[in-house]
Write a protein that binds this ligand. Structure first.
Ligand code: SER
Length: 360
């Protein structure tokens, strides 16, 4: 009741989507004034997670508190939705300037080449995923920033237990993406123990959203929605029974935010597995067939099959659930419903309208 009253005072919006575990936590969160909200820089901001992450954090901390950055020229929509700047993670001085000029408190470091594309350009993956991370970690140490770096199911390999894959086990990945992510986990933990760096890292499964990922092994689980809803067909590059852990983007970003605001004393480690579900292409296609009854999926495995075969099938995220209360909201059924609506409304119908308008 008291909590409700405080929330209703309307001084500051309660944090969207955040489960307030205790009344005192809620009061602490909302009684600080807007100026004490963190100033956040997101690198690799125009990848799969950046714009939605900025949306979530801006709704919690205010538009001006979240700066999206990348080396890509932004669309009007991006520029109109909040601060956007150029940032090259390979340029240490440039990053330093941004941190100083914008008085950054948190860095969310999304820049990385994913698993499949990384194999096609190993030297670039080394530069972006390893050298870029070194810059960010060193900067975070110098300016005492809280830094978030996503890791992945790809940080495991053929020697790891696959069902389930616990938080601490053999890793030894066989992709440059996985190797760079294990390196990131270890160097972040090292800086934490040696220099007190507030390093936070979640190992994400395949993330599903209507913003397309670029060059991952789990990308099929996004592409299938676009192809199925546009053409009724999909050719899958993984075998029908390839089981991989997955998560809807809202769960993924909520886990990131909840983890970032967890008081340090609750964190028993700095790297946690998180997940929501596991499914195979066949199971996803069966669920999607409820919306596209004529759906025809064919299977033509390529080199990504080898990568998927070395990854976890079921991810054990019980430590995240125990230590900081992680709980997913979206299962396969809900995920498919949301993706069908989103892709239909925001892509397929718009494209059809564009086509009709240009023909008329
Ligand atoms: N989605 C990533 C990939 O497939 C895994 O983290 O590379």
């Amino acid at each position: 009741m008291i909590l409700k009253k405080i929330l209703n005072v309307g001084v500051i919006r309660p944090l969207r989507g955040i489960k307030l575990q205790t009344q005192s936590q809620a009061i602490r969160l909302i009684s600080c004034d807007r100026k004490s909200y963190p100033k956040i820089l997101i690198t690799g901001g125009l990848g799969q997670l950046g714009t939605e992450c900025a949306k979530l954090l801006r709704s919690a901390y205010g538009e001006e508190h979240v700066i999206l950055s990348d080396i890509i020229k932004p669309s009007d929509e991006i520029v109109n939705s909040g601060p956007y700047i150029f940032a090259d993670i390979l340029d240490f001085k440039g990053l330093q300037k941004i941190v100083v000029n914008h008085r950054i408190d948190w860095i969310i470091h999304f820049s990385a080449l994913l698993s499949a594309i990384g194999e096609q350009n190993v030297p670039l993956a080394v530069r972006v995923n390893i050298e870029g991370l070194h810059n960010v970690i060193e900067l975070a140490k110098q300016y005492k920033l809280r830094v978030f770096v996503p890791s992945t199911i790809g940080a495991f390999g053929p020697d790891s237990p696959r069902n389930p894959t616990p938080n601490v086990t053999i890793q030894r990945p066989r992709t440059i993406y996985g190797v760079s992510k294990v390196h990131g986990e270890l160097i972040g933990e090292y800086y934490h123990h040696k220099f007190g760096l507030d390093f936070r890292c979640l190992r994400f499964p395949g993330v599903i959203s209507s913003d397309p990922p670029g060059g991952g092994t789990t990308d099929y689980a996004v592409a299938i929605f676009f192809d199925a809803l546009k053409t009724g067909k999909y050719e899958c590059y993984l075998k029908p029974d390839t089981r991989l852990p997955m998560m809807y983007i809202d769960d993924c970003l909520r886990s990131l935010h909840e983890f970032m605001i967890t008081p340090p004393e609750k964190l028993k480690r700095r790297v946690y597995n998180v997940t929501a579900m596991s499914f195979t292409p066949e199971e996803l296609a069966n669920e999607l067939a409820n919306y596209v009854p004529e759906l025809h999926v064919s299977y033509k495995p390529d080199t990504r099959q080898l990568i998927a075969d070395s990854w976890p099938q079921v991810f054990d995220d019980s430590e995240a659930r125990r230590d900081w209360g992680w709980e997913h909201k979206y299962d396969l059924k809900k995920l498919v419903e949301l993706m069908v609506n989103d892709v239909m409304e925001n892509y397929v119908k718009k494209e059809r309208k564009h086509y009709t308008d240009s023909v008329v």
